[in-house]
Write a protein that binds this ligand. Structure first.
Ligand SMILES: CCCCC/C=C\CCC/C=C/CC(=O)SCCNC(=O)CCNC(=O)[C@H](O)C(C)(C)COP(=O)(O)OP(=O)(O)OC[C@H]1O[C@@H](n2cnc3c(N)ncnc32)[C@H](O)[C@@H]1OP(=O)(O)O
Length: 297
C-alpha cells in the first residue's frame, strides 16, 4: 500500500517539483550541492536539509537543519520533498533516517509565519506543500525511521508519525504530539488518521480533543513512539534498527529489484492531490481512502 501511495504521490509530485526546480524562487534543486565522501558515502546539502547517503548499506540520513526550530516553511517543505524524491528515485537507497541537527528540537511543525497575512495563492501553495511532504514520507517505498532528538509538536509530530518507526531521546523535557487544538485549530483528518493508525482510537481521540503534548516517557507509554534511548544513542540506534528492518525480505523476495517492481502493483492513484489554491474551505480535503493505507512496509 505504501507503494500505491508512493506511486500516486510520485506522479502528482514529479512534474510539480521539476517545475519548482526550474522556476521556483524557493531554492529547489539548484541549491543541492553533491559531494563525495570516503567509504562510499555521498552527501548533498541545501540550505535546510542535509542528505548523507551510505551506498554500502543503502541507508540515507536526512538531517533537518533550519534554525531556530526546523519550522515547516514553504521553502523547507519544497527542499524536503525534493530531497526525498531524489532518494526515492535512487534504487540504491532502501532506508531513510529522519533527524534534526538542532539541539533540543526535532521540528516545531508548520511555520506560523506561513499561515498569517499571506495571499490565498500563497496559502494554497503552502498547504499543497504540506500535503506533498506527508504523501512523500508516508507513501515512501523506503523504510523510514524518525530519530526524534528533540521536541516535536504538531506538524513535527506528523512527520514522525508518517515514518515506519519512531525512536526518541529519553529526555523528559522533550515533548511530542498533535497539539493543534491547544492552538485553536483543528488537525486535518489525515493528521488524525495517521495518529489513529499509530496509537489507536481512544488515545488519538483524547490527544486531539485536549491537544496533548506528551513527554518522551508518556509518548512511549501511549505508543506514540516505539523506543526511547539516551540522547547520544538516538542516531546509532536508528541505524541499527534500520539494518534489522532492511534484513526483512522485501517485495523483491522472488525478484531481482531491491525495491518494488512496478509491474506487480496496481498503480492506480488512490490518493488525489486537490487544488486548494482557491478555497480555504477545502484546506483539509486531502482525499484519503483509509483501506488503501493498511499495508505499510
Ligand atoms: C496556509 C494556511 C493553512 C491554514 C491551515 C489551517 C489549519 C489546518 C492546519 C493545522 C495544522 C497545524 C500543524 C502545525 O504544525 S501548526 C504549528 C504548531 N507549532 C507549534 O505549536 C510549535 C510552537 N513552538 C514551540 O512550542 C516552541 O517554540 C518549541 C518548538 C518547543 C521550541 O521552544 P524553545 O526552544 O523554547 O524556542 P522558542 O519558543 O523560544 O522559539 C524559538 C524561535 O522559534 C520561533 N518559532 C517557534 N515555533 C515556530 C513555528 N511553528 N513557526 C515559526 N517560528 C517558530 C519562535 O517564535 C522563536 O523565534 P524568535 O527567536 O524570533 O522569537
Amino acid at each position: 500500500m505504501a507503494t500505491l501511495l508512493k506511486h500516486s504521490a510520485k506522479y502528482a509530485l514529479s512534474g510539480r517539483l521539476a517545475r519548482l526546480c526550474v522556476h521556483s524562487r524557493h531554492g529547489g534543486l539548484q541549491c543541492l550541492q553533491p559531494c563525495l565522501l570516503p567509504h562510499q558515502r555521498s552527501a548533498s546539502t541545501g540550505s535546510k536539509i542535509l542528505v548523507e547517503m551510505d551506498n554500502s548499506t543503502g541507508i540515507a540520513v536526512l538531517t533537518m537543519k533550519s534554525p531556530p526550530v526546523n519550522s515547516l516553511s514553504l521553502d523547507f517543505l519544497t527542499e524536503f520533498s525534493i530531497s526525498l524524491e531524489k532518494l526515492e528515485l535512487d534504487r540504491g537507497c532502501r532506508g531513510v533516517i529522519l533527524t534534526s541537527a538542532l539541539p533540543k528540537i526535532f521540528s516545531a511543525g508548520l511555520d506560523i509565519m506561513e499561515m498569517c497575512g499571506k495571499s490565498p495563492e500563497h496559502c494554497g501553495e503552502f498547504w499543497k506543500a504540506v500535503q506533498e511532504m506527508w504523501l512523500r514520507l508516508y507513501g515512501s517505498s523506503m523504510i523510514t525511521i524518525a530519530a526524534i532528538n528533540g521536541s516535536s509538536p504538531a506538524g513535527g509530530c506528523l512527520m514522525a508519525l508518517a515514518c515506519d518507526y519512531r525512536i526518541m531521546a529519553e529526555n523528559p523535557k522533550y515533548s511530542i504530539g498533535l497539539n493543534e487544538t491547544q492552538l485553536g485549530i483543528v488537525a486535518p483528518f489525515w493528521f488524525k488518521d495517521t495518529l489513529v493508525n499509530t496509537v489507536g482510537n481512544r488515545v488519538a481521540e483524547l490527544s486531539l480533543q485536549l491537544g496533548l503534548l506528551y513527554s518522551a516517557p508518556d509518548a512511549l507509554r501511549t505508543g506514540l513512539v516505539d523506543l526511547l534511548v539516551p540522547e547520544d544513542k538516538v542516531l546509532s540506534t536508528a541505524s541499527q534498527t534500520m539494518t534489522q528492518w532492511l534484513a526483512i525480505p522485501g517485495e523483491n523476495a522472488i525478484g531481482s529489484n531491491p525495491r518494488v517492481s512496478s509491474s506487480k502493483v496496481d498503480l492506480t492513484p488512490k490518493v488525489h492531490m486537490v487544488d486548494l489554491s482557491h478555497s480555504s474551505e477545502s484546506m483539509c480535503s486531502l482525499n484519503w481512502i483509509p483501506w488503501t493505507c493498511s499495508n505499510r512496509a
